[in-house]
Design a protein around this ligand. Structure first.
Ligand code: F6P
Length: 343
């Protein structure tokens, strides 16, 4: 069997570890051959592929990003039938029998449509946002949170020296998992998520109370937090999957805090893509490797239209369609855990 691998959507630490595990296990256990499609679905649409063999992938375990490149190309943007026909043609020309699509809800949404059209495909879920409902965790999230916490630990010391409120904006478009876990691990005094309404007066009161206790306030805010009633948009034009570019939540929050705590010195740090870069944590290397192994076994067993998923401590294959069903947002119970506490 000849398998084409692609990585689509926003990159994240651990993508290369999936590729490595899939190629090594597929080659050694099942005699599969692999090619890598470049830049996500663009490479599949255009037949832009490179060979992937054991020597190519062995060094990739700890390498950040994706050696295949990524894009937000939507191959079905001009219609499902047209997209599927183009993909089928390219796969036939390259002699590719099946696809392993590694991506988030957009990439796996395309994979689901391809499966429904009869194209042999399996998936592996990735997103630093950890917001896919069909898996208990995605690789990349652990690394992203650790990177954000390291940054907060540094910002806290300089904030304290200058008696400043430090505002840290982290990724998280619709789900605030990165902000929630960063806030918890860094000891933030205020954490704002996309899932909840923002009470600016309460934020101001908390900041004042923290200052009165002699602490420097640390405020973690998701990029998708609705500081002014809606998410802050930096660039309105939508990408091929309909997403606008977010940005400005931290600045908007700074403005509102200063208005409520006159004379307060503040600084905003936008961590943004720092959270997507760099070498994956040990936990992410393991999860990514297990996802790659599971996806290859599914291909070998003909368990098509499925994706690797962490359920408890087990990695199992679940229907691809589940990946894109409902976004896994932060539930009220997780927000309630820390509500009202003075850190
Ligand atoms: O992968 C999801 C994500 O990390 C979001 O949190 C963020 O809004 C988005 O990617 C930004 O991606 P890009 O700048 O690559 O379009």
């Amino acid at each position: 069997m000849r398998v084409g691998i692609l990585t689509g959507g926003g990159d994240c630490p651990g993508l290369n570890a999936v590729i490595r595990a899939a190629v090594l296990a597929g080659t050694q256990r099942h005699g599969m051959e692999f090619v890598g499609f470049l830049d996500g679905w663009r490479g599949v649409l255009e037949g832009d592929a490179v060979p992937l063999d054991e020597d190519r992938v062995r060094p990739l375990l700890a390498v950040g990003g994706t050696v295949l490149g990524s894009s937000r190309t939507n191959p079905l943007a001009d219609g499902v039938q047209e997209g599927v026909a183009r993909i089928r043609k390219q796969l036939a020309e390259l002699g590719v029998d099946a696809l392993l699509a590694i991506g988030g809800e957009d990439t796996l949404g395309v994979a689901t449509a391809l499966h429904e059209a009869g194209v042999p495909v399996v998936g592996a879920p990735k997103t630093i946002d950890d917001d896919l409902s069909a898996t208990d965790a995605t690789f990349g999230f652990d690394t992203a949170v650790q990177t954000a916490v390291d940054a907060c630990d540094r910002l806290v010391t300089t904030g304290a020296s200058h008696h400043r409120a430090m505002i840290v904006e982290v990724m998280g478009r619709h789900a605030g998992w990165i902000a929630l876990h960063t806030g918890m691990a860094a000891g933030a005094h205020v954490t704002l998520l996309p899932e909840e309404d923002v009470d600016l007066d309460e934020v101001g009161a908390t900041v004042r109370a923290v200052l009165e206790r002699g602490q420097a306030p640390l405020i973690v805010v998701s990029e998708g937090a609705k500081v002014h009633g809606d998410e802050a948009v930096k660039n309105a034009p939508r990408d091929a999957f309909g997403h606008v570019q977010l940005g400005g939540a931290g600045d908007a929050l700074e403005h509102e805090i200063v208005a409520r705590v006159p004379g307060l010195s503040t600084r905003v740090t936008v961590l943004g893509h720092l959270l997507r870069g760099g070498t994956p944590s040990a936990a992410d290397r393991i999860l990514a490797t297990r996802f790659g192994l599971s996806a290859v076994e599914a291909l070998a067993a003909g368990d098509l239209g499925t994706m690797a998923s962490l359920r408890g401590v087990d990695v199992v294959q679940v229907p691809l369609a589940e990946a894109t069903g409902v976004l896994r947002t932060v539930p009220e119970s997780r927000r309630a855990e820390t509500a009202g506490l003075r850190w």
